[in-house]
Design a protein around this ligand. Structure first.
Ligand SMILES: CC(C)(COP(=O)(O)OP(=O)(O)OC[C@H]1O[C@@H](n2cnc3c(N)ncnc32)[C@H](O)[C@@H]1OP(=O)(O)O)[C@@H](O)C(=O)NCCC(=O)NCCS
Length: 272
């Protein structure tokens, strides 16, 4: 284990050194440094536990993972065979975060805690996205081609959530911890549970404003009314079958109606 880690670190140092020289020569160094600065700033902005720059640079596997991924992705785009996958596997070994080199990830990306995060090959991630530990941006196993999610800017995915398939998560959306999302998520919404269901849309609780509190469905009252209707029908049939009892039945019906009116008035709030 110790030797493997040392070999991995040396491999990365060699790739990193080569990358630095290449970037310096091609004039890309400034742009790369800007992207790295934004990844570091994302941690300082979003994690109150990040107290110093030294701590941020040394103690965040999420930062190490995205830096290694940016290196792997760059080499992948240069069409270098195998090496990007090797860096990705090394990344997984060192940080427990697996990101396919082809995955495209925007600036200001932050994986908090890190362990168990998997990001698939055709995933696209916008700017300022936050993932917590155990998140999978994966495939359903049924699709080919673009088979992993697209996350727009400012999305947050809670711990252990799984976003599966070629779904789109709109900007500013939040996915609750432990959710399983297999359908598109609208912008500015919050989705929780399995299967993921929206609990907030455009920042407002789903259903809250539309609820008609005075006319909630009441299955007990509905059942009582249907029973009463049935009794009245039977009494009417009885009256036809036994005309000599009609007056007695009508008196009982009137009395019953008065009682029922009182019950329903009470039920609807009058007697309280
Ligand atoms: C979903 C989340 C972002 C909160 O969003 P919100 O819009 O403020 O939602 P609310 O807290 O108002 O909750 C809305 C409803 O969703 C439910 N809910 C919230 N989070 C949930 C979750 N992860 N799973 C299932 N239900 C959840 C609430 O109980 C509430 O239900 P109710 O309306 O029936 O009472 C937050 O709960 C969450 O999961 N954050 C992830 C944090 C994380 O991963 N932290 C790891 C740190 S190590």
């Amino acid at each position: 284990m110790g030797i493997a880690r040392k070999a991995g670190t040396l491999f990365l140092a060699a790739i990193g050194g080569g990358g630095y020289l290449w970037l310096n020569r091609s004039g890309e160094l400034n742009r790369t440094l800007k992207v790295i600065k934004r990844d570091v700033a994302a941690i300082r902005d979003r994690d109150p536990a990040a107290t110093s720059m030294l701590e941020t640079l040394t103690c965040y596997s999420g930062l190490h993972a995205i830096l290694l991924h940016r290196m792997a992705h760059f080499l992948y785009e240069q069409k270098l065979p195998v090496v990007p996958r090797m860096i990705s596997q090394l990344n997984r070994f060192l940080t427990e975060i697996e990101i396919h080199p082809a995955a495209s990830i925007g600036e200001g990306f932050f994986i908090d805690h890190g362990s168990g995060v998997v990001i698939g090959e055709t995933t696209e991630v916008g700017d300022n996205v936050t993932l917590y530990q155990g998140v999978t941006l994966g495939g359903t196993g049924k699709e080919t081609g673009k088979r992993h999610p697209t996350l727009h800017d400012n999305v947050t995915v809670g711990a252990g959530a799984k976003v599966l398939g070629s779904v789109t998560v709109g900007e500013n959306a939040k996915i609750g911890a432990g959710s399983i999302v297999i359908h598109d998520v609208p912008p500015n919404s919050t989705v929780v549970g399995n299967p993921g269901r929206p609990v907030r849309e455009r920042g407002r609780k789903v259903g809250a404003s539309d609820l008609d509190w005075t006319h909630l469905p009441d299955p007990v009252a509905d059942a009582m009314q249907s029973l009463v209707r049935r009794v009245v029908e039977l009494e009417n049939e009885f009256k036809t079958a036994f005309p000599e009892k009609a007056a007695e039945i009508e008196r009982a019906q009137e009395e019953g109606e008065r009682e029922l009116d009182r019950v329903f008035d009470y039920y609807h709030g009058l007697g309280i």
